[in-house]
Write a protein that binds this ligand. Structure first.
Ligand SMILES: Nc1ncnc2c1ncn2[C@@H]1O[C@H](COP(=O)(O)OP(=O)(O)O)[C@@H](O)[C@H]1O
Ligand SMILES: [Mg+2]
Length: 322
């Protein structure tokens, strides 16, 4: 299914200049099945890469294959096999999601009744129920994102490109959208390339993460490798800096490596057999401090870019307790 190399996407020396702007520089990327997160700050080249892979934009040099097809000569075949959720709003305001998705299904070659059936299925799947009969101009951002996702899925693609699907969504809608993205990969076996400028949110749904920095490939690795680096916990107690510092010192005294991070304390993974969660909970209880937050330390992109920058000295501790 995935071409000679078994890769879903493969680029070699892919380069794109817009006049003086070097949007992509000499990219060698390999993407396999499952969900791949494409992360990079605004302007990193994510949307440009997607448009080139769809055969909608020509590279300046280098090439790429998508599902084994050459972008230079087989754009049409690629667009038949690939679904695309564009970054920007592209929905006609006077048309309902139902009409729109049926239209897109017909455009990709489905017959009238198959198009209606498929459309109803995917609209239900993305969570647009009764709203699907209303004109899209009145939709919330979350509903528009769902309609855009539905049209990307309606022709039963092998691979989908989702360009910033969580853009403009509030935290709850963001979580819902990320859940949908995960299920597209896991329940339907469709390969997914999803972009975001936040590494933290893609970590939750991606098997593999590719990081672009100003058009250069910065990293490409399994998500677990990122999580290993970011496997620390952020903990926060009720109060101000004084409480934070008391808590940090006590955690350090209990043998944990930790550092102040804003209003919180970042606690590094403990040696096997030691439960960070238990120590954090017991320490807060011992000090009579209210535990306000305990969550995986989700770092933003900038932190990945600045891995070489020292984190600051750990809080000195008194060695393991006991
Ligand atoms: N049509 C265009 N003409 C000129 N420059 C462009 C065009 N599209 C994108 N760029 C530039 O190329 C770079 C990459 O843009 P883009 O691919 O949109 O990044 P991202 O999607 O990661 O935000 C940016 O510097 C952007 O300003
Ligand atoms: Mg973009």
């Amino acid at each position: 299914m995935t071409g000679d190399s078994g890769q879903v996407i493969e680029t070699t020396g892919l380069t794109k200049h817009y006049g003086q702007v070097h949007a992509l520089t000499d990219l060698d990327i390999e993407v396999g099945d499952g969900v791949t997160g494409l992360v990079g700050a605004n302007g990193a080249g994510k949307s440009t890469l997607i448009k080139i892979l769809l055969g909608l934009l020509e590279p300046t040099s280098g090439g790429a294959r998508v599902l084994g097809h050459d972008i230079a000569t087989e754009g049409q075949e690629i667009r038949r096999l690939v679904g695309y959720m564009p970054e920007h709003d592209c929905l006609p305001p006077d048309v309902s999601a139902s009409e729109f998705v049926v239209h897109m299904a017909r455009m990709s070659g489905l017959g009238a009744s198959a198009a209606r059936e498929r459309s109803a299925d995917v609209l239900r799947h993305v969570g647009l129920d009764e709203e699907r009969y209303r004109p899209m101009g009145g939709y919330s951002t979350g509903m528009k994102q769902r309609a855009k996702l539905a049209q990307a899925l309606v022709h039963d693609p092998r691979l989908v490109f989702l360009d910033e699907p969580t853009n403009g969504l509030d935290p709850a809608a963001r979580t819902d959208m990320l859940g949908l993205v995960r299920r597209i990969g896991s329940d339907f076996g469709i390969a997914v390339l999803v972009t975001s400028h936040l590494l933290g949110e893609l970590e939750q749904v991606s098997d593999h993460v590719v990081v672009l920095d100003a058009g250069h490939l910065l990293r490409s690795s399994a998500t677990g490798d990122f999580l290993e680096q970011t496997g620390s916990l952020l903990v926060e107690v009720v109060g101000g800096t004084t409480e934070r510092d008391r808590f940090g010192e006590a955690l350090a005294a209990a043998g944990l490596t930790c550092r102040p991070r804003g209003t919180a304390i970042a606690v590094e993974p403990a040696p096997p057999g030691v439960s960070v969660h238990d120590l954090v909970r017991d320490t807060a209880a011992d000090l009579g401090l209210g535990l306000m937050r305990l969550q995986p330390d989700r770092r933003h992109l900038e932190d990945v870019f600045h891995d070489d920058v020292p984190l600051g000295d750990p809080i000195p501790g008194g060695g393991p307790r006991g």
